[in-house]
Design a protein around this ligand. Structure first.
Ligand code: ZN
Length: 263
């Protein structure tokens, strides 16, 4: 199948116009006309995931984190990014990323996290303005109400662990602390605390936040729940692989098995 045809389907799942304007999304390296028989999804392209893609004879890697992210003036083996790009291109592997478009999409990462926690009345923290109205199904982050209107941090995390059994969450308040309105930002969401506070949330779920962001959350009366950057996003690259496989049954689609994180 032509690479361009696969990209069309990826853009149906996560339209690139939903990406933040600082982001670098879409086809990042590769020939659009090249024939591809295998695709691998992963959170981040590293020497480990690249080797996995080579072993799996994947002609396209769909990674969540864009590489390259910033403009490059050289592509050499002197830098980690340069070496990865050279090795990928020499192996004939194209690179594509939806990044924040996938975070923000209708069925994207933040929506999936909100569903896992059983929240109700789910809306984006910042909905995207459409030409004539505001679309309340796409946008930055999500927030919603705990089922039963109020729950404990421990219960919320238990619900998450039903889908993500390996997470080792950290949180600012005790497990018995009661919360009702929960804001969600996958990945490094600590910097979005003010937006979460502006929605009247009393808890925030994210991948990672700094010590000072946690102190700020405490002072705002917001319980900060952190499940790890990798854990807050990697699951969605597996669901992206299955969505792509369903839409393109003739393609061989796999999600990375070797990618893991201890931090
Ligand atoms: Zn991330």
């Amino acid at each position: 199948m032509q690479l361009d045809s696969i990209l069309t389907v990826l853009q149906e799942i996560a339209p690139l116009e939903y990406a933040e304007n600082w982001d670098n999304v879409g086809l990042l390296a590769g020939h659009r006309g090249r024939t591809i028989s295998g695709v691998m999804t992963c959170l981040t392209l590293t020497s480990i995931t690249l080797q996995e893609a080579i072993d799996a004879q994947a002609g396209l890697v769909v990674c969540h984190h864009p590489i390259p992210f910033k403009p490059l003036s050289k592509i050499t083996s002197d830098t980690t990014t340069g070496k990865l790009l050279l090795d990928a291109l020499q192996a004939g592997i194209a690179i594509y990323s939806s990044h924040t478009a996938w975070d923000n999409a209708r069925t994207g990462i933040n929506q999936q996290l909100a569903d896992m926690m059983g929240l109700t009345s789910i809306k984006p923290l910042q909905a995207f303005a459409q030409p004539k109205s505001v679309d309340e199904t796409v946008g930055v982050g999500r927030y919603g109400i705990a089922s039963g209107a109020e729950t404990t941090i421990g219960n919320l995390l238990q619900r998450l662990q039903a889908t993500l059994p390996s997470i080792e969450p950290r949180h600012t308040h005790g497990s018995e602390h009661l919360v009702s309105k929960i804001g969600i930002v996958c990945g490094s969401g600590g910097s979005m605390l003010a937006l979460v506070a502006s929605r009247g949330c009393d808890a925030m779920l994210t991948g990672e936040a700094t010590y000072h962001q946690c102190l700020e959350a405490e002072s705002l009366g917001i319980a900060m729940l952190m499940i790890g950057h990798h854990a807050s996003e990697a699951f969605a690259m597996k669901s992206l692989a299955s969505q792509l496989q369903t839409k393109l049954p003739s393609l061989r689609v796999l999600a990375s098995q070797r990618e893991a994180s201890r931090f």
